[in-house]
Structures are given as structure tokens and as C-alpha cells.
Design a protein around this ligand. Structure first.
Ligand code: ATP
Length: 258
């Protein structure tokens, strides 16, 4: 098997007295989509934020994270991004008062040529709406802008946190289509609760429960295991799936018992 693009080993994160991640280990394949799953509050976002160096300063991160041969945990976020770690956060973080064009311009990296052609080929609407304030875009359009901003630059790996959250079904499909095309050229570590999107995109899956890896393997096999998806994710089938809205008692971050 080819070398993983990302290796996470024994990752532990403590924030505000909570031991949120407790020895998480997994790898991300160098092609395709690896999905990070789990019920609400199990530590998915905390995992992505630790990888990209965005754990709050008051927090403590231990373990090893490598992109290829390079160790990431000691690096500052801006360096990681410059070296090809793209991050699309859950809350999209577009600058509401700036136009689409200005939001994109802010993402340009000095010394590199921004790939506007690539972004506008994927999202023609961003080109058409370049003078519109980002704050007046729909949720789906803002998500496209957040992804487009990251794709202006070349990436070795994309981390994408719940890109379909809160979007209408038609827009969910559009976002999934875009990610499918993106994943043809760059590997993606995706946090996603919509299992229809997971079924469409993911090759590998890592499931977290209570801050630990509860299952890892072939995503499509996982989706066939109704009893497993019910126990790990709180849903029994992909069809008609709604994300579990309530954190399971066993799946919320535990009190620090140490
Ligand atoms: N800065 C913080 N301060 C205190 N607690 C935090 C902080 N960040 C995360 N947590 C807690 O850590 C746990 C894991 O949060 P995280 O956002 O990683 O979960 P998640 O699996 O991404 O959840 P969801 O699916 O609901 O987005 C939660 O109980 C959350 O309240």
C-alpha cells in the first residue's frame, strides 16, 4: 500500500479540564476521501484543529502528527498552510463585509500564482458574484467560497469540516459533487455527518467515540453494517438519514479521570 499522506499517532488533546482526545491514531490515504465520523461531541473538529495547529493556547496537545515525513505538531498554522495543508473550517469563516473577490484575494499566497482558473472552473458562480458581499451569499455559496479560497493554492491535503451542515438537499448534492472533483487531485480528510454524502465520497472511514478511535476501515463496508452504524453513529441506514442531533451519553467528551 502507498504511504499515507497524514499519520496521526496517539494524539491526545486536553482543553479546559477535559481530556477530549485520548490516544487517537489513524492514517489518511494519499488519494481519495477519508471520512472522520462519530456522534456529536466525540472530538472530530478537535482532531482537525489539532492537526492544523489551532488548539486553543490553554489546551495541551500530545502525540505525533506527520504529513509525509514532516512532523506537524510543533509548526505554526500559517507555515502548515503554506506547505500545503488546506483547511476549510466548519463555520466557513468568510469575511462577511468583503466581496467574493476580496475574500479570494486575501487567500493568495505571496510568491505563488493563485489558481483562479481552477476555482472558477469548479465554482462559476463565484466568478459571476465576484462583487457581491460574502455576507449576502446563501449558505451554500458561502461554503463554495470557503472551499474555493483554499483551492486557490496547491495543497497536499485538504481538511474539510462538515461542509454540508445546514444546507438544503440540492446544495448538499452540489457541495458533494465539488468535493468529488476536488478529491480527484488532492486527498481529503472530511468530517461529515450526512451518510449519503459519505457513501458517495468516502473510501476510508475512521469513527471516533468518546475521544478514541472506535472503528477504522473501508467506508463502504461500514455503511453496510447497520448494527455498527447504529451503535457508533446512532443511525441504521443511509437512506433518509438525518444526523443524530443529541450527543450520546457515552459519546460526549468524558471528564478527565486522570
Ligand atoms: N475550546 C473548548 N473548550 C471547552 N470544551 C471544548 C473546546 N473545544 C471542544 N470542546 C469540547 O470537546 C468535545 C469535542 O468537541 P468537538 O467539536 O471536537 O466535537 P465534534 O465531534 O466535532 O462534534 P460535532 O459533531 O457536534 O461538531 C465537546 O464536548 C466540546 O464541548
Amino acid at each position: 500500500m502507498s504511504e499515507p499522506v497524514l499519520t496521526v499517532e496517539d494524539l491526545s488533546v486536553r482543553i479546559a479540564g477535559l481530556h477530549i482526545l485520548q490516544g487517537v491514531s489513524f492514517t489518511v490515504a494519499p488519494t481519495g476521501v477519508t471520512v472522520l465520523l462519530g456522534r456529536n461531541g466525540v472530538g472530530k473538529t478537535t482532531t482537525l484543529r489539532a492537526v492544523v495547529g489551532l488548539t486553543p493556547r490553554s489546551g495541551e496537545v500530545r502525540g505525533t502528527v506527520r504529513m509525509g515525513a514532516r512532523s506537524l505538531l510543533s509548526q505554526r498554522t500559517h507555515r502548515l498552510v503554506r506547505d500545503g495543508l488546506g483547511y476549510v473550517p466548519e463555520d466557513r469563516c468568510v469575511f462577511a463585509g468583503l466581496t467574493v473577490a476580496e475574500n479570494l484575494r486575501l487567500a493568495e499566497r505571496r510568491g505563488t500564482t493563485a489558481a483562479y482558473d481552477r476555482v472558477f472552473a469548479l465554482f462559476p458562480e463565484l466568478d459571476r458574484r465576484s462583487r457581491q458581499r460574502a455576507g449576502s451569499l446563501s449558505g451554500g455559496q458561502q461554503q463554495m467560497l470557503a472551499i474555493g479560497r483554499v483551492l486557490l493554492n496547491d495543497n497536499r491535503l485538504l481538511l474539510v469540516d462538515e461542509p454540508t451542515k445546514g444546507l438544503a438537499p440540492k446544495v448538499v448534492t452540489e457541495v458533494a459533487e465539488v468535493l468529488e472533483r476536488v478529491a480527484e487531485s488532492v486527498p481529503v480528510l472530511l468530517v461529515e455527518q450526512n451518510l449519503a454524502v459519505v457513501r458517495r465520497l468516502a473510501r476510508d472511514a475512521v469513527v471516533l467515540a468518546a475521544g478514541r478511535v472506535a472503528w477504522a476501515g473501508d467506508a463502504q463496508e461500514l455503511l453496510l453494517e447497520t448494527a455498527l452504524t447504529r451503535s457508533l453513529l446512532g443511525v441504521g441506514s443511509v437512506e433518509g438519514h438525518q444526523p443524530a442531533s443529541q450527543p450520546a451519553a457515552a459519546a460526549s467528551a468524558p471528564e478527565d479521570g486522570n
